[in-house]
Write a protein that binds this ligand. Structure first.
Ligand SMILES: Cc1cc2nc3c(=O)[nH]c(=O)nc-3n(C[C@H](O)[C@H](O)[C@H](O)COP(=O)(O)OP(=O)(O)OC[C@H]3O[C@@H](n4cnc5c(N)ncnc54)[C@H](O)[C@@H]3O)c2cc1C
Length: 324
């Protein structure tokens, strides 16, 4: 069930079988100058059915939201064998949208989703990425808040700590800009006019430098943008490759609490003498935290792992967050 049943340019909708990959939907939509903006880094290895079942987010959530903001219609088969349909190629649904809502994020526990109608948006003509290195994490986190408070709306505000950056470099065998910095803020921007996007990145660059950024690297052309995206998309694979024994956690806190979260994680790292790689969606407070075994022995690791995960979740909850 991996066919795109319809790409309707007029209504900006795609009707899909659940096995279509996220990456394939994006590529096909682009041919019609349309855009499916939700992009978990698993792009070509995840399906739209899986995205709906997990209500996946991704790097573009700051501007474009998450999967649930795009599902306009669903067909699903219940455990009884009954097929139900809700919504369709419509933007307003006050009749049966609850059926869609309940299946979003239900992880396959309620029904098998067999058809999805997704809203698309116009394909932006200009895309630019900024890599902003910081040695001061309070400046980096403050910068993300300041950008949004200044009514600048990037598509993407991502965090990559030094451990993550260096692991990606080793994995890809490529140098990334400013890889010696303590962390990177990666900011994505889009729009339809070059001048409009340039003016946005000028303003963002000024905010970043004001907050202590070491520099601002602007990637306007495809090869440089691809280099950054390749690194972002390889993070999971790179960390798992060099750290086969690790535990990955996905947590979300209010955007304003990310700095407290990072400080708390650094304390846990010192307490348990293991490294924590931190990366992810700073713009919406959704941070991936991978606890790496490193050189400690297996018995100690088992103990550290369960204690550190428990303490990480307690820290997250204490900051008003959730496991995501
Ligand atoms: C490298 C990487 C980066 C990621 N980045 C992000 C991110 O930034 N943000 C984010 O939110 N997530 C992220 N994820 C997780 C992402 O949400 C999932 O990869 C994706 O949504 C799952 O799709 P899948 O096709 O792999 O589903 P699977 O892993 O195969 O299934 C996931 C769940 O969905 C259910 N399911 C699948 N298809 C259907 C169906 N047709 N009907 C009913 N239930 C179904 C399954 O039963 C299962 O419970 C990432 C994952 C990876 C590997």
């Amino acid at each position: 069930m991996n066919k795109i049943l319809e790409l309707d340019k007029e209504n900006m909708m795609a009707v899909l079988e659940p096995g279509v990959t996220n990456g394939e939907l994006r590529r096909q939509a682009e041919k019609y100058e349309l855009f499916y903006p939700v992009n978990p880094a698993s792009l070509d290895s995840c399906t739209i059915g899986g995205n709906v079942a997990e209500s996946a987010g991704g790097a573009n959530a700051v501007k474009y939201g998450i999967t649930k903001n795009y599902v306009c219609g669903l067909e699903a088969v219940l455990p009884t064998g009954k097929t139900l349909r809700a919504g369709g190629k419509i933007l307003k649904n006050a009749t049966n949208s609850q059926f869609i809502d309940i299946l979003l994020g239900s992880e396959g526990t309620l029904a098998v989703i067999t058809e999805i109608t997704m809203k698309l948006v116009p394909l932006p003509r200009v895309k630019v990425d900024l890599i902003v290195p910081f040695d001061d994490l309070s400046g980096l986190c403050g910068c993300a808040l300041e950008i949004i408070n200044n009514r600048l709306l990037p598509t993407t505000i991502e965090l990559m700590d030094r451990l993550t950056i260096n692991t990606c470099e080793k994995f890809l065998q490529k140098e990334l800009p400013f890889s010696e910095a303590k962390a990177h803020l990666w900011i994505g921007l889009d729009g339809n006019k070059k001048e409009e996007v340039a003016s946005m990145y000028q303003s963002i660059g000024e905010i970043c430098l004001d907050k202590g950024a070491l520099d601002v690297f602007v990637a306007e052309d495809r090869p440089n943008r691809d280099r950054i995206w390749q690194a972002r998309q390889s993070i999971h694979e790179a960390l798992v490759h060099f750290n086969p024994k690790m535990v990955g956690n996905d947590i979300v806190v209010p955007r304003s609490k990310v700095l407290s979260l990072i400080k708390g994680i650094d304390s846990l790292s010192r307490k348990h003498s293991v490294s924590f790689a931190k990366f992810g969606h700073l713009g919406d407070g959704n941070i991936h935290v991978y606890i790496l075994k490193g050189n400690i022995n297996d018995t100690t690791w088992e103990k550290v792992k369960s204690e550190a995960v428990q303490e990480l979740f307690e820290l997250t909850i204490s900051l008003g967050g959730l496991i995501s």
